[in-house]
Design a protein around this ligand. Structure first.
Ligand SMILES: [Zn+2]
Length: 234
């Protein structure tokens, strides 16, 4: 383990959507793995998955996740988040309950600018993002492909102007030609330095050890000397 004061995994799915483990089991694994921050980020109101979190269920979800903090006496922060699908055919983005989302610790957006997955453009969802007051981030984004018309500097400016963080997602499915999206986008992450915060997420669903398997993500951060760019969630 490298020497980091923050050891985070801000992207995990529980039984509230398509994951196999409870928030309690995920937090226990995070504690076992000496994480300082773990976020439960279930899919919200999307037809992409068979089971997802709904607006009606959000209150219980937040309460259950936040109550887990009491067990760890400050050694582990357990954060409540959701992942929002920006494909408007699967998720009614116009009807998202903004006030409720503002009670979360963070909100993740997937498939932004991603035509292959039918995601909305950053311009289309910017008004929505600007109404959400908790930290918002773009997750498992294939920057080198979906922002290919823009320079890394321009992408950094765009993300910074909406106070969006960018995730390093180490899940094995987010690869092109065998190379993780974040590796392909190294020049983008370098351009984020001092402008755009970075998060690390493993997108754990079915393997509990994935919750604490942060080596790959932190190796990338260390290679970029980007530890100071990691997001700090209060
Ligand atoms: Zn996810």
């Amino acid at each position: 383990m490298s020497d980091h004061s923050v050891w985070m995994n801000l992207h995990n799915h529980s039984i509230y959507s398509d994951g196999d483990f409870t928030p309690e089991q995920i937090a226990a694994e995070a504690s076992r793995g000496s994480l300082t921050h773990v976020a439960i980020t279930d899919h919200f109101e999307t037809a992409k998955v068979r089971r997802c979190l709904t607006a009606d269920g959000l209150d219980d979800y937040i309460r259950e996740i936040k109550s887990l903090n009491e067990r760890y006496c400050g050694s582990l922060r357990v954060l409540a988040g959701v992942e929002i699908d920006t494909n408007p055919e699967r998720c009614d983005l116009q009807r998202l309950p903004i006030d409720e989302l503002n009670r979360l610790d963070l909100v993740l957006f997937e498939f932004v600018n991603d035509d292959w997955n039918g995601g909305s453009s950053l311009a289309e969802i910017a008004p929505l993002i600007d109404r959400i007051k908790v930290p918002c981030g773009l997750v498992h984004t294939d920057f080198a492909r979906v922002f290919q018309g823009a320079s890394p500097h321009d992408v950094a400016e765009m993300l910074a102007s909406h106070d969006l963080f960018a995730e390093v997602n180490t899940a094995s499915i987010y690869k092109r030609q065998g190379i993780p999206y974040y590796e392909q986008a190294e020049r983008y992450y370098r351009a984020f330095h001092d402008k755009v915060r970075i998060s690390i997420g493993t997108d754990a669903h079915r393997t509990l050890s994935e919750v604490s398997n942060l080596g790959q993500g932190y190796e990338f951060i260390d290679r970029l000397c980007a530890a100071n760019d990691l997001i700090k969630i209060k």
